[in-house]
Design a protein around this ligand. Structure first.
Ligand code: ADP
Ligand code: TMP
Ligand code: MG
Ligand code: ZN
Length: 188
């Protein structure tokens, strides 16, 4: 039977990584064989663990590219039940084919990542994964400005570079609702 693809997206602090950790726990309690991956660029809290903003963590394989995911999965020779990938927004476009192959090989895949950058632009790889997913979960955070539980976007508070790829946490980013985002970015 083919595997199932679940994609969990949302702004920063919306509980994406926490959701991944809960699913890892469920598979582990069920004595399933799993592997967790994270991109090399994400060195925010740790290089060899997926870590949530609350400090909960799980051991993860640090990969430079999606090809390394394929190699690691193939090395398990069909023993894996599920694959978990955090921060898919940092991956190369080939991750789409890699994930497709894994689900066709009968392994469940959980992909977690930002749907949009602080510029309110979709991350293309996340959008593609959402398109082929069996289930998409859109999470919300508490708006840092108005305090409502309706934050769907991320605002960058530091403006030192223009790049849409810039690892960080509260030092650089807050989660906001669209109304507060508009006030903070009046040219949108
Ligand atoms: P994500 O991976 O989506 O960035 P995490 O799962 O790592 O999120 O962290 C979620 C946790 O972040 C929450 O459980 C909460 O403790 C904390 N947090 C900090 N700021 C906020 C916020 N504005 N809204 C919701 N949770 C927040
Ligand atoms: P998080 O969703 O688990 O909080 O992690 C998001 C990571 O992505 C964090 O390291 C900051 C980074 N990031 C970008 O590189 N560009 C962006 O536009 C945003 C919003 C976050
Ligand atoms: Mg996270
Ligand atoms: Zn708000």
């Amino acid at each position: 039977m083919a595997g199932k693809l679940t994609v969990v997206v949302g702004p920063m602090y919306s509980g994406k990584t926490s959701t991944l950790l809960s699913m890892v726990e469920i598979y582990t309690l069920g004595r399933k064989n799993i592997k967790v991956f994270k991109p090399l660029i994400d060195n925010r809290y740790s290089t060899d663990h997926v870590v949530s903003h609350t400090g909960q963590k799980v051991l993860a394989v640090n990969v430079k590219s999606s090809a390394e995911v394929t190699r690691a999965v193939e090395a398990e020779s069909g023993r894996l039940d599920a694959v978990f990938i955090d921060e898919v927004n940092f991956f190369d476009p080939q991750l789409l084919e890699v994930v497709q192959q894994i689900i066709f090989d009968g392994i469940d895949v959980f992909c977690v990542g930002l749907d949009m950058s602080y510029k309110h632009r979709p991350f293309a790889i996340t959008a593609s994964l959402m398109a082929i997913a069996d289930e998409v979960v859109k999470k919300k955070a508490v708006c840092h400005v108005c305090g409502e539980y309706n934050a769907t976007v991320t605002h960058r508070t530091s403006n030192h570079i223009d790049s849409e790829i810039d690892v960080g946490g509260m030092d650089k980013y807050i989660a906001v609702c669209r109304d507060c985002y508009k006030k903070l970015n009046p040219n949108k």
